[in-house]
Design a protein around this ligand. Structure first.
Ligand SMILES: Nc1nc2c(ncn2[C@@H]2O[C@H](COP(=O)(O)OP(=O)(O)OP(=O)(O)O)[C@@H](O)[C@H]2O)c(=O)[nH]1
Ligand SMILES: [Mg+2]
Length: 370
Protein backbone atom coordinates (compact mmCIF):
# COMPACT_ATOMS: atom_id res chain seq x y z
CA UNK A 1 0.00 0.00 0.00
CA UNK A 2 1.33 3.41 -0.89
CA UNK A 3 1.76 5.96 1.85
CA UNK A 4 -0.51 8.82 1.00
CA UNK A 5 1.74 11.48 2.42
CA UNK A 6 4.86 11.70 4.44
CA UNK A 7 5.18 14.81 6.49
CA UNK A 8 8.75 15.79 7.01
CA UNK A 9 9.63 18.37 9.55
CA UNK A 10 11.45 21.09 7.77
CA UNK A 11 12.80 24.24 9.18
CA UNK A 12 10.93 27.05 7.47
CA UNK A 13 13.05 28.43 4.70
CA UNK A 14 14.52 31.86 4.96
CA UNK A 15 13.44 33.03 1.54
CA UNK A 16 11.60 36.32 1.96
CA UNK A 17 8.85 37.56 -0.31
CA UNK A 18 8.05 40.58 1.84
CA UNK A 19 9.84 42.78 4.30
CA UNK A 20 8.68 45.53 6.66
CA UNK A 21 10.93 48.49 7.32
CA UNK A 22 10.76 51.60 9.48
CA UNK A 23 11.67 54.76 7.59
CA UNK A 24 12.01 58.31 8.77
CA UNK A 25 12.95 61.50 6.91
CA UNK A 26 15.73 63.57 8.49
CA UNK A 27 14.68 66.45 10.76
CA UNK A 28 14.91 70.01 9.44
CA UNK A 29 17.75 72.24 10.61
CA UNK A 30 17.38 75.08 13.09
CA UNK A 31 16.73 78.58 11.80
CA UNK A 32 18.61 81.65 12.98
CA UNK A 33 15.88 84.13 13.92
CA UNK A 34 18.33 86.93 14.74
CA UNK A 35 19.58 87.09 11.13
CA UNK A 36 16.53 85.55 9.41
CA UNK A 37 18.54 82.41 8.51
CA UNK A 38 16.80 79.25 7.18
CA UNK A 39 17.56 75.76 8.48
CA UNK A 40 18.30 73.12 5.81
CA UNK A 41 15.64 70.55 4.93
CA UNK A 42 16.06 67.03 6.30
CA UNK A 43 17.15 64.28 3.86
CA UNK A 44 14.52 62.03 2.22
CA UNK A 45 14.41 58.24 2.31
CA UNK A 46 14.20 56.39 -1.03
CA UNK A 47 13.90 52.78 -2.04
CA UNK A 48 16.09 52.18 -5.08
CA UNK A 49 16.05 49.13 -7.38
CA UNK A 50 19.57 47.72 -7.31
CA UNK A 51 21.19 44.83 -9.16
CA UNK A 52 21.78 41.58 -7.28
CA UNK A 53 19.76 42.64 -4.25
CA UNK A 54 17.25 40.45 -2.48
CA UNK A 55 14.92 41.09 0.46
CA UNK A 56 16.93 38.60 2.49
CA UNK A 57 20.10 40.58 1.80
CA UNK A 58 18.45 43.81 3.01
CA UNK A 59 17.47 42.06 6.23
CA UNK A 60 20.94 40.62 6.76
CA UNK A 61 22.69 43.88 5.98
CA UNK A 62 20.36 46.06 8.05
CA UNK A 63 19.12 43.85 10.89
CA UNK A 64 17.43 46.79 12.65
CA UNK A 65 15.43 47.51 9.50
CA UNK A 66 15.39 51.23 10.33
CA UNK A 67 16.40 53.92 7.85
CA UNK A 68 16.66 57.63 8.47
CA UNK A 69 17.49 60.59 6.25
CA UNK A 70 20.30 62.90 7.39
CA UNK A 71 19.41 65.99 9.48
CA UNK A 72 19.20 69.38 7.76
CA UNK A 73 22.06 71.72 8.68
CA UNK A 74 21.44 74.49 11.16
CA UNK A 75 21.55 78.07 9.98
CA UNK A 76 24.63 79.82 11.31
CA UNK A 77 26.34 83.14 10.97
CA UNK A 78 28.74 81.62 8.43
CA UNK A 79 26.01 79.87 6.42
CA UNK A 80 22.65 81.50 6.82
CA UNK A 81 21.00 78.83 4.69
CA UNK A 82 21.61 75.51 6.46
CA UNK A 83 22.72 72.58 4.29
CA UNK A 84 20.21 70.02 3.10
CA UNK A 85 20.32 66.67 4.94
CA UNK A 86 21.73 63.64 3.13
CA UNK A 87 19.18 61.38 1.41
CA UNK A 88 19.10 57.77 2.57
CA UNK A 89 18.80 55.09 -0.13
CA UNK A 90 17.54 51.60 0.62
CA UNK A 91 18.83 49.17 -2.02
CA UNK A 92 16.05 46.77 -3.05
CA UNK A 93 15.56 44.13 -5.74
CA UNK A 94 13.75 44.76 -9.00
CA UNK A 95 10.13 43.50 -9.11
CA UNK A 96 8.94 45.07 -5.87
CA UNK A 97 5.79 46.90 -4.84
CA UNK A 98 6.24 49.40 -2.03
CA UNK A 99 3.25 50.04 0.23
CA UNK A 100 2.69 51.86 3.50
CA UNK A 101 1.22 50.22 6.59
CA UNK A 102 -2.34 50.88 5.40
CA UNK A 103 -1.74 49.05 2.14
CA UNK A 104 -1.51 52.25 0.06
CA UNK A 105 0.85 51.74 -2.86
CA UNK A 106 3.75 54.21 -2.75
CA UNK A 107 5.36 52.95 -5.93
CA UNK A 108 6.85 50.07 -7.85
CA UNK A 109 10.35 49.05 -8.79
CA UNK A 110 10.21 47.54 -12.26
CA UNK A 111 13.69 48.24 -13.59
CA UNK A 112 17.13 48.78 -12.19
CA UNK A 113 17.51 52.37 -10.98
CA UNK A 114 13.76 52.94 -10.34
CA UNK A 115 13.24 54.98 -7.17
CA UNK A 116 10.34 55.41 -4.78
CA UNK A 117 10.21 58.20 -2.22
CA UNK A 118 9.07 56.66 1.07
CA UNK A 119 9.69 59.36 3.69
CA UNK A 120 10.21 63.08 3.15
CA UNK A 121 12.67 64.99 5.29
CA UNK A 122 11.30 67.73 7.56
CA UNK A 123 11.53 71.35 6.44
CA UNK A 124 14.16 73.49 8.05
CA UNK A 125 13.03 76.38 10.27
CA UNK A 126 12.10 79.58 8.39
CA UNK A 127 10.56 82.90 9.31
CA UNK A 128 7.28 81.53 7.86
CA UNK A 129 7.22 78.63 10.31
CA UNK A 130 8.08 80.81 13.29
CA UNK A 131 11.63 79.49 12.85
CA UNK A 132 10.50 76.03 14.03
CA UNK A 133 12.11 73.15 12.14
CA UNK A 134 9.85 70.18 11.29
CA UNK A 135 10.43 66.50 11.94
CA UNK A 136 10.69 64.16 8.96
CA UNK A 137 7.84 61.83 7.97
CA UNK A 138 8.00 58.52 9.83
CA UNK A 139 6.25 55.32 8.83
CA UNK A 140 6.40 51.58 8.46
CA UNK A 141 6.66 50.47 4.86
CA UNK A 142 6.42 47.08 3.26
CA UNK A 143 8.37 45.76 0.30
CA UNK A 144 6.53 42.99 -1.51
CA UNK A 145 8.01 40.84 -4.22
CA UNK A 146 5.54 40.83 -7.11
CA UNK A 147 4.49 37.22 -7.21
CA UNK A 148 2.93 35.45 -10.15
CA UNK A 149 1.44 32.72 -7.97
CA UNK A 150 1.46 31.16 -4.51
CA UNK A 151 3.17 28.04 -5.78
CA UNK A 152 5.30 27.23 -8.78
CA UNK A 153 5.72 23.83 -10.40
CA UNK A 154 9.34 22.80 -10.74
CA UNK A 155 10.43 19.74 -12.70
CA UNK A 156 12.18 18.29 -15.70
CA UNK A 157 10.22 18.24 -18.97
CA UNK A 158 7.50 15.59 -19.23
CA UNK A 159 7.28 15.05 -15.45
CA UNK A 160 3.60 15.84 -15.73
CA UNK A 161 3.48 19.37 -14.34
CA UNK A 162 0.82 20.57 -16.75
CA UNK A 163 -1.15 17.36 -16.25
CA UNK A 164 -1.05 17.88 -12.50
CA UNK A 165 -2.17 21.49 -12.82
CA UNK A 166 -5.10 20.29 -14.95
CA UNK A 167 -6.02 17.65 -12.37
CA UNK A 168 -5.83 20.15 -9.49
CA UNK A 169 -7.39 23.28 -10.97
CA UNK A 170 -9.58 24.86 -13.60
CA UNK A 171 -6.62 25.53 -15.89
CA UNK A 172 -6.27 23.85 -19.28
CA UNK A 173 -2.59 23.98 -20.18
CA UNK A 174 -1.20 22.13 -23.16
CA UNK A 175 -0.09 18.57 -22.40
CA UNK A 176 2.04 16.38 -24.67
CA UNK A 177 4.61 13.63 -24.55
CA UNK A 178 7.42 15.78 -25.92
CA UNK A 179 9.75 17.98 -23.85
CA UNK A 180 9.11 21.73 -23.52
CA UNK A 181 5.40 21.60 -24.17
CA UNK A 182 5.00 24.47 -21.73
CA UNK A 183 6.90 27.58 -22.74
CA UNK A 184 5.14 30.28 -20.77
CA UNK A 185 3.81 30.16 -17.20
CA UNK A 186 0.13 29.37 -16.96
CA UNK A 187 -1.70 30.05 -13.74
CA UNK A 188 -4.40 27.78 -12.37
CA UNK A 189 -6.62 28.43 -9.36
CA UNK A 190 -7.16 25.75 -6.77
CA UNK A 191 -10.59 26.14 -5.15
CA UNK A 192 -11.35 24.97 -1.62
CA UNK A 193 -14.74 24.32 0.00
CA UNK A 194 -14.35 27.41 2.24
CA UNK A 195 -13.88 29.54 -0.91
CA UNK A 196 -10.17 29.99 -0.32
CA UNK A 197 -8.26 30.11 -3.60
CA UNK A 198 -4.62 29.26 -4.15
CA UNK A 199 -2.80 30.02 -7.37
CA UNK A 200 -0.44 27.52 -8.91
CA UNK A 201 1.90 28.39 -11.77
CA UNK A 202 2.70 25.78 -14.38
CA UNK A 203 6.26 26.57 -15.36
CA UNK A 204 8.34 25.38 -18.29
CA UNK A 205 10.49 22.31 -17.63
CA UNK A 206 14.06 22.84 -16.47
CA UNK A 207 16.95 20.83 -17.81
CA UNK A 208 20.45 20.14 -16.53
CA UNK A 209 22.52 23.26 -17.15
CA UNK A 210 19.52 25.59 -16.77
CA UNK A 211 21.56 27.79 -14.42
CA UNK A 212 24.00 28.33 -17.33
CA UNK A 213 21.00 29.37 -19.41
CA UNK A 214 20.75 26.04 -21.24
CA UNK A 215 17.27 25.51 -22.71
CA UNK A 216 16.19 29.11 -21.94
CA UNK A 217 17.09 28.26 -18.35
CA UNK A 218 17.38 31.79 -16.99
CA UNK A 219 14.09 32.90 -18.42
CA UNK A 220 12.41 29.88 -16.86
CA UNK A 221 14.22 30.10 -13.55
CA UNK A 222 13.15 33.72 -13.20
CA UNK A 223 9.56 32.54 -12.78
CA UNK A 224 10.57 30.28 -9.93
CA UNK A 225 11.72 33.35 -8.03
CA UNK A 226 8.27 34.83 -8.18
CA UNK A 227 6.32 32.24 -6.24
CA UNK A 228 6.01 31.77 -2.47
CA UNK A 229 6.55 28.05 -2.39
CA UNK A 230 7.68 25.34 -4.79
CA UNK A 231 5.97 22.16 -5.87
CA UNK A 232 8.60 19.83 -7.29
CA UNK A 233 7.20 17.24 -9.71
CA UNK A 234 9.14 14.13 -10.70
CA UNK A 235 8.26 11.10 -12.78
CA UNK A 236 8.52 8.15 -10.39
CA UNK A 237 10.10 6.05 -13.15
CA UNK A 238 12.80 8.64 -13.87
CA UNK A 239 13.64 10.89 -16.78
CA UNK A 240 15.75 10.96 -19.90
CA UNK A 241 15.76 14.04 -22.10
CA UNK A 242 17.21 12.33 -25.18
CA UNK A 243 18.90 9.06 -26.07
CA UNK A 244 22.32 10.71 -25.79
CA UNK A 245 21.73 12.24 -22.35
CA UNK A 246 21.95 10.16 -19.15
CA UNK A 247 18.92 8.55 -17.56
CA UNK A 248 18.05 10.12 -14.20
CA UNK A 249 16.09 8.36 -11.47
CA UNK A 250 13.45 10.29 -9.48
CA UNK A 251 15.96 10.83 -6.64
CA UNK A 252 18.60 12.12 -9.05
CA UNK A 253 16.00 14.37 -10.67
CA UNK A 254 15.12 15.93 -7.29
CA UNK A 255 18.76 16.63 -6.46
CA UNK A 256 19.66 17.89 -9.93
CA UNK A 257 16.71 20.26 -9.89
CA UNK A 258 17.76 21.46 -6.43
CA UNK A 259 21.29 22.07 -7.70
CA UNK A 260 20.04 24.01 -10.73
CA UNK A 261 18.01 26.31 -8.46
CA UNK A 262 20.91 26.64 -6.04
CA UNK A 263 23.38 27.55 -8.78
CA UNK A 264 20.98 30.13 -10.15
CA UNK A 265 20.17 31.68 -6.77
CA UNK A 266 20.93 29.93 -3.53
CA UNK A 267 17.96 31.49 -1.72
CA UNK A 268 15.48 29.74 -4.01
CA UNK A 269 16.26 26.47 -2.32
CA UNK A 270 15.21 27.86 1.03
CA UNK A 271 11.62 28.34 -0.09
CA UNK A 272 9.19 25.92 1.49
CA UNK A 273 8.87 23.02 -0.95
CA UNK A 274 6.62 20.02 -1.54
CA UNK A 275 7.30 17.02 -3.74
CA UNK A 276 4.74 15.33 -6.00
CA UNK A 277 5.90 11.91 -7.19
CA UNK A 278 3.86 11.55 -10.36
CA UNK A 279 2.87 8.70 -12.67
CA UNK A 280 2.10 6.29 -9.83
CA UNK A 281 -0.09 4.35 -12.27
CA UNK A 282 2.97 3.02 -14.14
CA UNK A 283 4.32 -0.51 -13.49
CA UNK A 284 6.74 -0.88 -10.52
CA UNK A 285 5.83 2.61 -9.31
CA UNK A 286 5.34 1.51 -5.70
CA UNK A 287 8.79 -0.11 -5.46
CA UNK A 288 10.37 2.95 -7.01
CA UNK A 289 8.53 5.25 -4.61
CA UNK A 290 9.76 3.21 -1.66
CA UNK A 291 13.32 3.49 -2.95
CA UNK A 292 12.94 7.24 -3.45
CA UNK A 293 11.56 7.75 0.07
CA UNK A 294 14.46 5.82 1.53
CA UNK A 295 16.95 7.89 -0.46
CA UNK A 296 15.29 11.16 0.54
CA UNK A 297 15.51 10.25 4.20
CA UNK A 298 19.27 10.01 4.00
CA UNK A 299 20.35 11.80 0.82
CA UNK A 300 24.02 12.09 1.89
CA UNK A 301 24.36 8.33 1.53
CA UNK A 302 23.34 8.46 -2.12
CA UNK A 303 25.41 11.36 -3.42
CA UNK A 304 27.57 8.90 -5.39
CA UNK A 305 24.65 8.67 -7.82
CA UNK A 306 25.15 12.31 -8.80
CA UNK A 307 27.89 14.00 -10.84
CA UNK A 308 30.41 15.52 -8.38
CA UNK A 309 29.67 19.09 -9.35
CA UNK A 310 25.92 18.56 -9.09
CA UNK A 311 25.66 17.60 -5.42
CA UNK A 312 23.55 20.28 -3.72
CA UNK A 313 25.07 22.18 -0.80
CA UNK A 314 21.81 21.73 1.07
CA UNK A 315 19.32 19.00 0.42
CA UNK A 316 15.71 20.14 0.31
CA UNK A 317 13.59 18.64 3.08
CA UNK A 318 10.14 18.47 1.61
CA UNK A 319 7.21 19.47 3.76
CA UNK A 320 5.20 16.71 2.10
CA UNK A 321 6.16 13.91 -0.27
CA UNK A 322 2.99 13.01 -2.18
CA UNK A 323 2.56 10.07 -4.55
CA UNK A 324 0.07 10.98 -7.26
CA UNK A 325 -1.15 10.11 -10.70
CA UNK A 326 -2.29 13.10 -12.68
CA UNK A 327 -3.66 10.63 -15.22
CA UNK A 328 -5.94 8.53 -12.97
CA UNK A 329 -6.54 11.13 -10.26
CA UNK A 330 -4.96 9.00 -7.54
CA UNK A 331 -3.62 11.20 -4.70
CA UNK A 332 -4.78 14.46 -6.28
CA UNK A 333 -6.98 15.42 -3.30
CA UNK A 334 -4.08 14.79 -0.99
CA UNK A 335 -1.81 17.08 -3.01
CA UNK A 336 -4.48 19.74 -2.82
CA UNK A 337 -4.79 19.52 0.97
CA UNK A 338 -1.02 19.43 1.50
CA UNK A 339 -0.62 22.60 -0.58
CA UNK A 340 -3.25 24.33 1.54
CA UNK A 341 -1.67 23.16 4.78
CA UNK A 342 1.76 24.34 3.78
CA UNK A 343 0.57 27.81 2.75
CA UNK A 344 -1.65 28.22 5.83
CA UNK A 345 1.20 27.28 8.15
CA UNK A 346 3.51 29.76 6.51
CA UNK A 347 0.89 32.53 6.64
CA UNK A 348 0.32 31.90 10.36
CA UNK A 349 4.03 32.13 10.98
CA UNK A 350 4.31 35.40 9.06
CA UNK A 351 1.36 36.84 10.94
CA UNK A 352 2.98 36.16 14.27
CA UNK A 353 6.21 37.82 13.06
CA UNK A 354 4.25 40.92 12.00
CA UNK A 355 2.57 41.07 15.43
CA UNK A 356 5.91 40.80 17.17
CA UNK A 357 7.35 43.54 14.99
CA UNK A 358 4.38 45.83 15.65
CA UNK A 359 4.79 45.26 19.37
CA UNK A 360 8.47 46.04 19.14
CA UNK A 361 7.74 49.24 17.17
CA UNK A 362 5.22 50.33 19.83
CA UNK A 363 7.76 49.68 22.59
CA UNK A 364 10.30 51.70 20.65
CA UNK A 365 7.90 54.63 20.22
CA UNK A 366 7.02 54.53 23.90
CA UNK A 367 10.69 54.54 24.77
CA UNK A 368 11.27 57.57 22.52
CA UNK A 369 8.47 59.50 24.24
CA UNK A 370 9.69 58.79 27.78
N1 LIG B 1 1.15 7.39 -17.13
C1 LIG B 1 1.09 8.68 -16.80
N2 LIG B 1 1.39 9.60 -17.70
C2 LIG B 1 1.32 10.91 -17.33
C3 LIG B 1 0.92 11.29 -16.02
N3 LIG B 1 0.97 12.65 -15.94
C4 LIG B 1 1.36 13.08 -17.17
N4 LIG B 1 1.57 12.05 -17.99
C5 LIG B 1 2.02 12.10 -19.41
O1 LIG B 1 3.33 12.63 -19.46
C6 LIG B 1 3.49 13.45 -20.62
C7 LIG B 1 3.97 14.82 -20.24
O2 LIG B 1 2.97 15.49 -19.50
P1 LIG B 1 2.93 17.08 -19.32
O3 LIG B 1 1.89 17.36 -18.30
O4 LIG B 1 2.86 17.77 -20.63
O5 LIG B 1 4.40 17.27 -18.70
P2 LIG B 1 5.14 18.63 -18.32
O6 LIG B 1 5.91 18.35 -17.07
O7 LIG B 1 4.16 19.75 -18.23
O8 LIG B 1 6.13 18.81 -19.53
P3 LIG B 1 6.82 20.17 -20.12
O9 LIG B 1 5.76 21.21 -20.25
O10 LIG B 1 7.38 19.75 -21.42
O11 LIG B 1 7.88 20.57 -19.15
C8 LIG B 1 2.14 13.44 -21.32
O12 LIG B 1 2.17 12.50 -22.34
C9 LIG B 1 1.16 13.07 -20.23
O13 LIG B 1 0.01 12.42 -20.73
C10 LIG B 1 0.58 10.26 -15.08
O14 LIG B 1 0.22 10.48 -13.93
N5 LIG B 1 0.69 8.99 -15.53
MG1 LIG C 1 4.02 21.43 -19.31
Amino acid sequence: MVHISRICLRKYGNFLDNLRLYVRGGPGGMALPRLGGHGGNGGDVWVVATKNMTLKRIKDKYPLKRFQGGPGGNSSVRALKGERGKDEEIPAPVGITVTDDNGRVLGELNAEGDRVLVAKGGRGGTPYSAFEPKKGQAKQIRLDLKLIADLGLVGFPNAGKSSLLTALSNATPQIASYAFTTLRPEIGKLMYPDYKQISLADLPGLIEGAHMNRGMGHKFLKHVERTKQLLFVVDVTGFQLASKTPFRSAFEAVQLLTKELELYKEELVSKPALLAVNKMDLPDAEDKLEELEEQLQNPEAFTHLLPDDMIPNNFVTFRHVMPVSALTGFGVDCVKSCIRLSLDERAAMEMSTVHQEKLQALRHQLHEHL
